[in-house]
Write a protein that binds this ligand. Structure first.
Ligand code: ACO
Length: 378
């Protein structure tokens, strides 16, 4: 049994040194490789921030051209990956992504190597293929054929083209790109820690990322935005917000999109994404109404949580406005956690590269709480 003096769930324990990102939970600040998340989300593309994390600096024009064309060339899936996605058509997208991710080592020259070169090749392959996998699975789930990726579009625009089957809307592509930048890396979160633990055994990048996907799936980590949208749709009008939230809390349930292990103030990513969601309202009435409702539900939830859970500092987290951005670009709630993975994969890869450089096994201890004097008497 754990005692009150021991941190539960490794809370507050420093498990690694990293140059990749810094989360200041008391002040609501997220720094990614030296830059504030607000700055990057507004002024850098997904491909640029991936380069920043993998190579340590924002790319110049020729470095960006190089990385973008390598990522564009690597978007196509092998037949075996497509076959798995077809067989998994009824599975949740995040499960299909995990199954398909494991096959990506088949296309790599040196899948088990843990050298810099092998890690960068795998990072490009995985980051390029994740959106193709999610889009192909979405088409299979609807009984349709996948649409082959295009090389002339950004990763985000190409994803929308493959999943929606039409020329991508520039505003939606920009919103998705900003979302992916916003969630790309976030300190020692559960899935990143999982990736680093696997990498620390000198296991390969594809294995590390496949494990991270399993950790991301849970509703306490990446699985919350689908339920956020369900909540908003269930609440329907601002007048229903307070009774709905009070009833959930009375039943002992959590309000999705609120609370965070590290942030004790509003998650800065919620602010960034609320602005992105606001821009996405456009002419579509449904988006405008949902955004208005979300704002009111947010205020009500904060007030009621403060009243019923005093001192817990439960504030809006990244998942709340993620739900609005992703539904506005035309995606289904079941796809939301897989969308998160498409952004976070670049961060996982960066952490695997860093962990391989540090080359030190992560192996904590446990406190045994069982008996020590049993006898089999056989
Ligand atoms: N709604 C209601 N109560 C909550 C919530 C919530 N969203 N979050 C925490 N609490 C309460 C807990 O019930 C607990 O209350 P108690 O002390 O009366 O028992 C107290 O606050 C502390 O909760 P813990 O679970 O110990 O806090 P922890 O730091 O482990 O939780 C977490 C963080 C898992 C994110 C939690 O706030 C939560 O479940 N939120 C809802 C799910 C969600 O939005 N997940 C996405 C997180 S963001 C991300 O991972 C990308």
């Amino acid at each position: 049994m754990t005692t009150n003096t021991k941190p539960r769930g490794l809370e507050g324990i420093v498990a690694a040194e990293t140059r990749l990102s810094h989360v200041d939970g008391q002040n609501g600040i997220l720094i990614v490789a030296g830059y504030s998340i607000e700055d990057l989300a507004a002024h850098a593309t997904f491909e640029e921030v991936a380069h920043l994390l993998w190579r340590g600096h924002l790319p110049n024009a020729s470095e960006l051209k190089d990385l973008s064309s390598q990522m564009a060339e690597q978007r196509e899936l092998l037949p075996v990956t497509l076959e798995i996605l077809r067989s998994a058509a009824k599975a949740p997208p995040i499960d299909a992504l995990r199954m398909a991710c494991a096959t990506l080592s088949l296309g790599l020259k040196d899948p088990n190597a843990v050298t810099h070169e092998a890690d960068f090749a795998a990072a490009i392959r995985l980051t390029a293929c994740f959106p193709t996998i999610v889009a192909a699975h979405a088409r299979f789930a609807k009984g349709e054929k996948p649409i082959a990726p295009r090389r002339d579009l950004s990763l985000a625009a190409n994803f929308l083209y493959m999943v929606l089957g039409r020329e991508p809307d520039a505003v939606a592509a920009k919103a998705l790109d900003s979302y992916w930048v916003t969630v790309m890396d976030h300190g020692m979160n559960a899935s990143t820690f999982t990736a680093r633990v696997i990498a620390s055994t000198r296991s390969d990048l594809v294995s590390s990322v496949t494990g991270a996907l399993g950790a991301l799936k849970g509703p306490l980590h990446g699985g919350a935005p689908g339920p956020v949208l369900d909540m908003l749709r269930d609440i329907k009008t601002s007048a229903n917000a307070e009774p709905w939230i009070r009833n959930e809390l009375a039943q002992g349930r959590r309000i999705m999109g609120f609370g965070h292990r590290v942030y004790k103030v509003r998650d800065p990513r919620a602010e960034v994404l609320s602005r992105v969601a606001e821009k996405m309202q456009g002419a579509k009435l449904e988006n405008r109404e949902l955004f208005e409702l979300a704002r009111q539900v947010e205020q009500t939830a904060l007030r009621v949580l403060n009243e019923l859970k005093p001192g817990r500092n439960l504030r809006t987290n990244v998942e709340f406005y993620t739900a609005l951005v992703l539904q506005a670009v035309g995606l289904e709630p079941t796809q939301f956690v897989a969308m998160f993975a498409c952004g976070r994969v670049a961060g996982w890869c960066a952490h695997v590269i860093e962990q391989h450089e540090q080359d030190h096994l992560i192996r904590p201890q446990s406190e045994y709480t069982g008996p020590i004097d049993l006898k089999t008497n056989r």
